[in-house]
Design a protein around this ligand. Structure first.
Ligand code: 0RA
Length: 689
């Protein structure tokens, strides 16, 4: 008797310690599951599910069924090995009871199995037990069906008992959350479905079924399906039960997840990248696909726990991605000196899932949703980097598309930076007084005011003298902006010339652009009639179209039409604005004057001409104007500036668009189209020679 008493006493003491442990969980549930709100409630399911999923990851189960039952319980069933039921030497109770009642006991029974639960969940199924009013555990193993119940916070009701024989194997845990702990015990179907769908992707080949029997009465609903390797959904049909249900099974694992996430988007390449490999004790799995989109969707998992803040695995992934795409881009001859993709460039339109599994996992951050394990970085960098490089080599078409996508992102990034820079400069622009180069007009009423943008200081000087200083302002731009400030628009915006123009116009630029501040309602581009002039005009149109669109849209932008020729017949002077007009006015064979010889008359030959005809014959000379600077102030006024006599061409959107396109061809990196543009416009270009 004494012996028995002693034994009983020892057993009781162990049980008291266990119950104290579970009581601690009930006192401070937040410490174990974070919160007792809906999130915490669902954590109970994840916790129980994780144990079954680990069994599946170890290769011992391939079917899990999660069912919401009419009595408010959740039942998780798997077809794994079944939790051992033999007596544990230390606790002197069954292994099952130990797992169910001792905090963190689950892992100790993991043996050599691939046990990866950790972090937020992984507190152990005993925590679920502690926070439930009722739990039932059913185990099928070693030819038997075993059962044990727990009540009111995990107190065992009797021992683990064999209640029948069974040819099946697996574990079924049902629990009813404690209403004194969880004020709201409504399980959210969508939350459960999306969490478990994600889990199904993470464990390739695992079928997860979710059944909603809530609100149903008097149906016997054994979890036969999961254990029999059957599917609950079909089982339900067999029984004629009509309840909401869904089932997930993804042969492709993460590859399927990426393709699912991209199901409404357009892929830019054919094959979804996928790798799964172990490196230095870290199991690395990565899938990715680029889509025609600018955002990036990278999901990170460590031991199947979603890491919303990423962590070391994502750091390693991004490093390898950037390096590999840069290397591939250079290898393809696409890379330009000094033009490398940044991390940002290669992320545009990227959908990727990075998942690592490792024994000791460390989390960081407020919500423990960031992986801190350093070894994950190197492992992902190596496994993904090597495999992605091989993928790009083996799929040249896909590689081209992906690199093209990153190149586009790079271009966009530079344009965005230019826009940002110009916004940053707004302060500088606002504070500055009008540029010294600007010869402003007197009127302050923009409707009356005109701004002539002329090319070079010499033309500027002439225009200043020839203008109506009351209404006309002159801004000379340095002649060869294009040759100096070649190529990039962002560079142009940092140019002193463009800055002067912006200050003169008064509108500012970027986010603070304000058309109502425009100081002149006629912005008149007056460049020379040669190739350089055409280039500068294209540049100005492009800048205005891209960054001061409202000026074009508002009809404030004009192009001056200076004459191309001055024709002098005796004392009579006329101007021709085109080749045709010149021929009409001067005839076909009149030789052109050399520059600066205008005063020396070149008369038509009078010899052999009858006196009658001679009287009609006059001294005629034709001079071609190459630049505005070649005119004197009076000529410039008469021909180009005088509102009564000048011709102004208002710039239409299409003109600006055309310039914008031309600009890209002229300045862009597309050598082939630049070449063809120059060749097809060679005729116009020879005008200058
Ligand atoms: C430890 C050892 C063994 C099985 C399990 C744990 C196990 C736990 C859970 C929890 C839910 N479903 C589960 N399935 C299995 C068995 C070890 C062996 O049989 O050799």
């Amino acid at each position: 008797m004494a012996e028995t008493k002693e034994k009983k006493g020892a057993y009781g003491a162990a049980q008291i310690t266990v119950l104290e442990g579970l009581e601690a969980v009930r006192r401070r549930p937040g410490m174990y599951i974070g919160t007792t709100s809906s999130t915490g409630l669902h954590h109970l399911i994840w916790e129980v599910f994780d144990n079954s999923r680990d069994e599946a990851m170890g290769g011992f189960a391939n079917d899990i069924e999660v069912a919401l039952l009419p009595d408010g319980s959740v039942r998780v069933a798997d077809n794994g090995r079944g939790i051992p039921v033999d007596i544990h030497p230390k606790t002197k109770v069954s292994a099952l009871e130990t797992v169910m009642t001792v905090l963190h006991a689950g892992g100790k029974f993991g043996g050599e199995g691939y046990k990866v639960s950790g972090g937020l969940h992984g507190v152990g199924v005993s925590v679920v037990n502690a926070l439930s009013v009722s739990v039932r555990a059913e185990v099928h193993r070693e030819g038997g069906k075993f059962e044990q119940m727990y009540k009111n916070g995990g107190k065992p009701v009797g021992k683990t008992k064999k209640i029948a024989s069974s040819k099946l194997h697996g574990t079924i845990i049902s629990f009813i959350p404690d209403p004194t702990i969880f004020p709201d015990r409504t399980f959210n179907w969508d939350t459960i479905v999306s969490h478990l769908r994600q889990q199904a992707y993470l464990v390739r080949g695992l079928r997860i079924s979710i059944l909603d029997f809530r609100g149903m009465k008097d149906v016997d609903l054994p979890a036969r399906s999961a254990q029999a390797g059957d599917v609950g959904v079909f089982y339900m049909r067999e029984l004629g039960i009509d309840a909401p249900s869904t089932s997930f099974y993804f042969e492709g694992g993460l590859r399927s997840l990426v393709e699912f996430q991209n199901r409404h988007l357009e892929s830019v390449h054919k094959t979804t990248f996928y790798v799964e490999k172990e490196q230095d004790g870290v199991q690395v799995e990565v899938a990715l696909q680029y889509v025609d989109d600018i955002t990036s969707r990278i999901s990170a998992f460590a031991n199947n726990i979603y890491n919303s803040e990423g962590g070391m695995h994502i750091t390693g992934f991004k490093t390898a991605l950037t390096r590999t795409l840069n290397a591939a881009s250079k290898g393809n001859g696409n890379g330009k000196e000094g033009e490398s993709f940044t991390g940002e460039d290669v992320l545009e339109g990227l959908t990727a899932v990075v998942s690592v599994k490792m024994r000791e996992v460390q989390f960081e951050g407020q919500t423990k949703s960031k992986l801190g394990s350093v070894e994950a970085r190197g492992a992902v960098e190596t496994v993904f980097g090597e495999s992605f490089a091989a993928f790009l080599e083996e799929h040249p078409d896909d590689a081209r598309s992906i690199i093209g996508k990153a190149a586009l992102a790079m271009k966009a990034r530079k344009a965005a930076k230019a826009a940002k820079d110009s916004v940053l400069r707004k302060g500088a622009l606002e504070g500055l007084s009008l540029p010294g180069k600007l010869a402003d007009c007197q009127v302050r009423n923009p409707e009356e005011a005109e701004l002539f943008i002329v090319e070079g200081d010499s033309a500027g000087g002439t225009a200043k003298m020839g203008r109506d200083r009351r209404t006309q302002a002159i801004l000379p731009l340095r002649g060869k902006i294009l040759n100096v400030e070649r190529a990039r628009l962002d560079k142009m915006l940092s140019s002193e010339q463009i800055k002067n123009l912006v200050i003169a116009m008064g509108t500012a630029i970027g986010d603070v652009f304000d058309i109502t501040k425009l100081r002149y309602h006629k912005i008149i581009i007056a460049t020379d009639a040669d190739v350089d002039g055409a280039h500068i005009r294209t540049l100005l149109l492009t800048v205005l179209y891209r960054h001061f669109r409202a000026i074009v849209d508002g009809g404030y932008l004009y192009i001056a039409q200076p004459p191309l020729f001055k024709i002098k017949k005796g004392k009579e002077i006329s101007y021709a604005y085109s080749e045709d007009e010149k021929i009409k006015l001067a005839g076909k064979d009149v030789p052109l004057e050399e520059e600066g010889q205008m005063e020396e008359e070149t008369a038509a030959d009078e010899e052999g001409v009858t006196p009658a005809k001679a009287t009609r014959k006059q001294k005629m000379s034709v001079q071609r104007y190459k630049g505005l600077g070649e005119m004197n102030a009076e000529e410039l006024w008469e021909t180009t500036m005088d509102p009564a006599r000048r011709i102004l061409k208002q710039v239409a959107i299409e003109d600006a668009q055309e310039a914008d396109r031309t600009f890209d061809i002229l300045m862009g990196t597309d050598v082939a189209s630049r070449k063809s543009f120059i060749q097809s416009h060679a005729k116009e270009a020879t005008l200058d020679i």
